[in-house]
Design a protein around this ligand. Sequence first.
Ligand SMILES: CCCCCCCC/C=C\CC(=O)SCCNC(=O)CCNC(=O)[C@H](O)C(C)(C)COP(=O)(O)OP(=O)(O)OC[C@H]1O[C@@H](n2cnc3c(N)ncnc32)[C@H](O)[C@@H]1OP(=O)(O)O
Length: 286
Amino acid sequence: MIRNSINLLTKKLISSTSCQRTRMRCFSSGATNLVDVNVNDKTGIAVVTLNRPPVNSLNLELLTDLSKTLDELESNRSKGMILTSSSKTVFSAGLDILEMYNPEPERSKAFWTALQDVWLKLYGSPYPTAAAINGHSPAGGCLLAICCEYRVMVNDFTIGLNETRLGISAPSFFISSFRNVLSTREAEKALTLGTMFSSDEALKVGLVDEIATDKADSINKCENFLLEFKKVSSMARAFTKQSLRKKDLEELENNREQDLQLFLFAINQPIVQKGLGAYIQSLKKK
Ligand SMILES: CCCCCCCC/C=C\CC(=O)SCCNC(=O)CCNC(=O)[C@H](O)C(C)(C)COP(=O)(O)OP(=O)(O)OC[C@H]1O[C@@H](n2cnc3c(N)ncnc32)[C@H](O)[C@@H]1OP(=O)(O)O
C-alpha cells in the first residue's frame, strides 16, 4: 500500500499542473451521518466531525464511515483535514467496548479490519491533518489524535492510551504512532501506567501542540497550522511525511492478518472478557 501510494503520488506529481489549475470542487456531504464533512471553499480544508452520540465510541459503523471519508478526501486531493467531534465534552471515548465484549466472530473481524484501515489511511494520509480535541480522548480516541500531524486540545479534558488500566496491552500500531509523538521514555512510562494526561500535562509532555479555550479556538488554531503548508509543495510534503512514517505503516501492512489474529485471541480470553465486563459495569454505575 505504501509503495502504491508513493507510485500514485509520483503519477499525481506528473499530472499535477493541470490539477492545480482546476479549483477542486469539494464533495458536499460526508459518507454517512456518523461523520460530517464540511469543506471550506476558500481554503479547501475539510472539517471532519465525529458524530456518534453520546461519546463517539468507535464501532464498526463509525469506523467504516470514517474510512470512506478518508478515501474521499484523498481522491478529492484535500488541502487538509481537521478532525473534531460533535460532542461538547468527548472527542472520542475510544473503541466501542461492546464490540469486544461477548464478540461475534465475523463482526469482530470486520471491526478490527476497519480500525486497521482507518489507521493506515489517517496515519499515512498524503494531505496534512490536525486534531481539534474538544473533549476527553482516551485510548482509541487518543489514537485518532496521534495519527494527525498536529493536535490542539481544549482545556480541562484528558487524553492518553489507558489500555493497561483495562487489563489489555495497546496494539503495536497504537504504540508506534504514540512513539511518533512522544520520546520513547515518555511513551513507555505513559503506556505502562496507562496515564491519562490533563490538557496542560499533555502540552508539557508534547502529546498536544497547543491548548485552546474552546472548540472554535481549537479549529482556528488547527487551520492556522494547516495553512502554513500553502508555502510548501504538496508532493514534497506528502513524500516527506510518508517517508518518516513508512516503517510504522509497513509494519502493520505486512502483518495485518497476524495483528487481527492477536486481537481475536486477546479479546476471546476469559480473563479479558471478565475485565471488559467489569469495566462496562463501572461505566454504567458512574
Ligand atoms: C496486543 C493486542 C491486544 C488487543 C486487545 C484489544 C485492544 C483494544 C485497544 C484499544 C482499547 C480502547 O479504545 S477501549 C476503550 C477505552 N475507553 C475508555 O476507557 C473510555 C471509557 N469512557 C469514559 O471514560 C467516559 O465515558 C468518558 C470520559 C469518555 C465520557 O464520560 P461521560 O460522563 O461524558 O459519559 P459516560 O461515562 O456517562 O458515558 C455515556 C455512555 O457511553 C458509554 N460508553 C462510554 N465509553 C464507552 C466505550 N468506550 N465503549 C462503549 N460505551 C461507552 C457509557 O457506558 C454510557 O453508557 P450508558 O448511557 O448506557 O450508561
